[in-house]
Ligand binder design. Structure first.
Ligand SMILES: C[S@@+](CC[C@H](N)C(=O)[O-])C[C@H]1O[C@@H](n2cnc3c(N)ncnc32)[C@H](O)[C@@H]1O
Length: 307
């Protein structure tokens, strides 16, 4: 394990993104439609994870969820090194950011810092508000929910995902480890999926998202309107997402905006919420920028609101 600071002008030795962002390396902006999402996540990342579970963990008598995710991170680190043409990594070096400072670390340390940061923030918010239920739309392989369940007692956690392999994996881990979490099909563009997931939660709950709204447009999905129409809306909505602020003149902000643009990521999270806040439909409670970046150019910010 290692972690060391890095100067701005050294970045290109560790990441292909500075050159792509500056337009010095050819880069095709992807169209992030359902077929792209399923190819990138369902057929690749989550299929690999499901295979790892079935071959090495599912048959054991006892397993702890984080034991599995620990091995999965190792497997992903190996995959990144083997696919230099995609990830551009010359060695096991991940360029991360903590606030506005940049560091190089190994891939597994970067993952651990990222997931612990997410779990820390969420467990504090749950405790402060005395809430013991959560729903994570776009939960991927369920890692945030299992990290959270290691730290706080939850009555029920729900994960929703568009990728069938991820839903199957989450439910297998939950059943095997006998944990209060369940996973079901969820598409941000389908209001019925939201209604069905939230109907499982009686009483107060928090809806949180982590790097999944980055994949969709709020304008296209009407996600905020759908939340506001729920019979039992969440007490709080917490976004741990790249939040782009076009009024922010910091260089880190400008790089993140460019990164998001050339990757076809969400551009309208903050502007939509600010608009709804101005109309009195929601209240934004907290906005902390670029807390941690497992990828320094796509850092996670915290944005909390309530209906
Ligand atoms: C970067 S991953 C993040 C996963 C998880 N939240 C985490 O923090 O590990 C983005 C996730 O968004 C999911 N996603 C993309 N488009 C979606 C949609 N329209 N509805 C639901 N999930 C979607 C992807 O399948 C993927 O699992």
């Amino acid at each position: 394990m290692y972690i060391h600071p890095i100067s701005f002008l050294n970045l290109e030795n560790y990441s292909p993104w500075p050159r792509r962002i500056l337009g010095l390396e050819k880069w095709q902006v992807p169209v992030r439609d359902k077929s792209k999402i399923l190819t990138e996540y369902d057929n690749d990342t989550y299929k690999l994870a499901l295979n790892l579970w079935e071959e090495h963990f599912g048959k054991r008598d006892t397993v702890r969820p984080l034991q599995f995710y620990h091995q999965l991170d190792k497997l992903k680190a190996k995959q990144i090194l083997e696919n230099k043409q995609i990830y551009g990594a010359a060695e096991n070096a991940q360029l991360i950011s903590i606030k506005e400072d940049l560091f190089i670390t190994d891939y597994k340390t970067a993952c651990t810092l990222h997931y612990l940061t997410i779990a820390n923030i969420l467990s504090d918010i749950l405790e402060e508000n005395n809430i013991d239920q959560v729903f994570e739309p776009g939960c991927g392989n369920g890692i945030n929910l299992f990290y959270l369940l290691e730290r706080v007692n939850l009555k029920l956690a729900i994960g929703g995902e568009i990728s069938p392999n991820a839903v199957a994996l989450g439910n297998k881990i939950a059943t095997k480890c006998n944990m209060a979490v369940q996973f079901q099909a969820f598409d941000y563009h389908n209001e019925k999926d939201l209604i069905s997931a939230c109907a499982l939660l009686e009483g107060n709950y928090i809806l949180f998202t982590c790097h999944s709204i980055e994949q969709v447009s709020l304008n296209d999905s009407h996600f905020i309107d759908n939340i506001l129409r729920l019979k039992n809306p969440p007490k709080l909505v917490v976004h741990l997402e790249p939040v782009l602020d076009h009024d922010d003149v910091h260089l880190h902000s400008a790089l993140a905006i460019k990164y998001s643009t050339i990757n076809g990521y969400n551009q309208d999270l903050l502007s939509t919420l600010q608009n709804y806040d101005a109309q009195g439909k929601i209240k934004i409670k907290r906005f902390e920028k670029r807390i941690f970046g497992i990828n320094a150019f796509n850092p996670t910010s915290l944005l909390v609101w309530h209906p």
